[in-house]
Design a protein around this ligand. Structure first.
Ligand code: UD1
Ligand code: CA
Length: 488
């Protein structure tokens, strides 16, 4: 547990986010596999706070449902009308039963790049300097729209935060801005919030006014300057959403590369925060690695692949593949152009080759499904070879059925395994078979129509055609040798 553990972290997430032009509330938009508010909660969680409160208002039910599912430890406080950031924090304190003893950290729900590390620095400065309030600031190239940090000319101490809309020309020239993240003394915060007025251009209760109020009352006001200003960027529209996704993705790729992953083309490789890697993994261009995917040592994925919640065994190779909820064994090969759907478990050195789709299928060690096949609801043993263009016919229009093929089998090309059906160990099946009955171990299953040749059909029924001429020429050639064409 951290020495600077706050009593509470308050996440402000009641605003609508009008500029997103979206039916989805702003804080529920996603980057790198997590909602904006989810990223903020993950960073806040690193402080191990006594209480975690999210202020909700706009599209409240949607946000509450999302939190219930993804952040069950978080409490919610309702702000029915969005009367400003100060008012929002007041609602959070009410939810916590009034004032809180100890440190209260306030963060906005729309700053997904904020790290736990930066929050720890803020909490550290706050405790070390025994401040009544410490604001996280940053120096930005363009401060438009942000609250400006006003410092005393002589001492450099923070005296106030002035909102862009309320700022003078001189104040607008200031490039140090309020990130919207603060550490407060809980008691002093509650007192000061009671004194915040709405006499500003937006008619709102500004949380930022608390700084001036505390300073005038003789309390210590401090600031912690973020090392990287990009971390505190708030998302207001989809351009900023894309920029934040790019930044976070770059951060994730950098971490992976420094840990021993070769990323051939970082510009076209996308990761979710939940993806993990072994060493000497190679990721080829155009690859998305999503959800709880894990790539073990020496595996190679891509180009042009999308893996969701998929584990890739050591040394496995997947190219031009879409996989979701699949487990790929060590040394297995997948693709090019394969689709592994949920419940696919490929054994060690197994193969799902070109234009192969699998779903809810367990494929044993060394077994190969090399070409143009669908394997659904099936179990295949070890070292079996499934012929090209085979289909596990698992659906009767109403229900799904399961099939099983044993170990060391050789099934012919273009087989249909009509489920439920089983093929025993070491059995063979003939090409073109529609297998509807079980094939015992060691047997050859043949299930296809007998071939019949209708002699001379082309010459009779397609006289004068190119085919007929070719047939007649063949017959003339054969006339020299033993007559087997039987022309009538
Ligand atoms: C706020 C700060 C500004 C700072 C900027 C940083 C104030 C008055 N201004 O401005 O100094 O530079 O953040 O990004 O605090 N919210 C509520 N309830 C409300 C109003 C807002 O929950 O009644 C939430 C929003 O959902 C959002 C956050 O508070 O997550 C910030 O609100 P927003 O309107 O984006 O503030 P800014 O105008 O950007
Ligand atoms: Ca605003």
């Amino acid at each position: 547990m951290s020495a600077n553990r706050p009593a509470a972290v308050v996440v402000l997430a009641a605003g609508e986010g009008t500029r997103m032009k979206s039916a989805t509330p702003k804080v529920l938009h996603e980057i790198c596999g997590r909602s904006l508010v989810g990223h903020v909660l993950a960073a806040a969680g690193e402080l191990d706070p006594g209480e975690l409160v999210v202020v909700v208002g706009h599209a409240r039910q949607q946000v509450v449902d999302h939190l219930t599912e993804n952040a069950p430890a978080a409490r919610t406080a309702v702000q029915t009308e969005q009367n400003g950031t100060g008012h929002a924090v007041r609602m959070a304190l009410e939810e916590l039963g009034g004032a809180v003893d100890g440190t209260v950290v306030v963060v906005c729900g729309d700053t997904p790049l904020l790290t736990g590390e930066t929050l720890r620095q803020l909490a550290g400065t706050h405790a070390r300097e025994s401040n009544a309030v410490t604001v996280l600031t940053a120096k930005v190239p363009d401060a438009t729209g942000y609250g400006r940090i006003v410092r005393d000319g002589a001492s450099g101490a923070v005296t106030a935060i002035v909102e862009h809309k309320d700022a003078s020309e001189a104040q607008r020239a200031i490039r140090e801005i309020n990130s919207g993240v603060f550490a407060f003394d809980g008691r002093l915060l509650a007192d000061a919030l009671g004194k915040v007025r709405r006499d500003n251009s937006q008619g709102e209760e500004y949380l930022t006014d608390v700084l001036g109020i505390l300073r005038e009352a003789g309390h210590r006001v401090g600031a912690s300057v973020a090392a990287d200003h990009r971390e505190i960027a708030g998302i207001n529209n989809r351009v900023q959403l894309a920029q934040a996704r790019r930044s976070l993705n770059d951060r994730l790729l950098e971490r992976a590369m420094l840990a021993g992953v070769t990323v051939v083309d970082p510009a076209s490789t996308w990761l979710d925060v939940t993806v993990t890697f072994g060493r000497d993994v190679v990721v080829h261009p155009g690859t998305q690695l999503l959800g709880a995917s894990h790539l073990a040592d020496d595996s190679e994925v891509g180009p042009q692949s999308r893996l969701t919640d998929t584990t890739v065994g050591a040394g496995a190779r997947m190219e031009f593949t879409v996989a979701d909820g699949a487990e790929v064994g060590a040394g297995a090969t997948v693709g090019p152009y394969a689709y592994l759907r949920p419940g696919t478990r490929l054994g060690v050195r197994a193969k799902a080759g070109t234009y192969v789709e699998m779903k809810n299928a367990t494929v044993g060690e060394g077994t190969k499904v090399p070409h143009l096949s669908y394997v659904g609801d099936a179990t295949i043993g070890e070292f079996t070879n499934i012929g090209a263009a085979s289909v596990f016919v698992n659906y009767d229009g109403q229900d799904k059925h399961h099939s099983s093929i044993g170990s060391h089998c050789r099934t012919g090309a273009d087989n249909m395994f009509v489920a439920p059906v089983s093929v025993g160990d070491g059995a063979y099946t003939a090409a073109g078979s529609v297998i509807t009955r079980d094939v015992p171990a060691g047997s050859l299953g043949v299930a296809r129509g007998q071939q019949r040749n209708v002699d001379g059909w082309v010459t009779r029924r397609r006289p004068g055609s190119a085919a007929a001429k070719a047939a007649e020429a063949a017959a003339a050639r054969d006339a020299a040798g033993p007559d087997t064409t039987g022309e009538s």
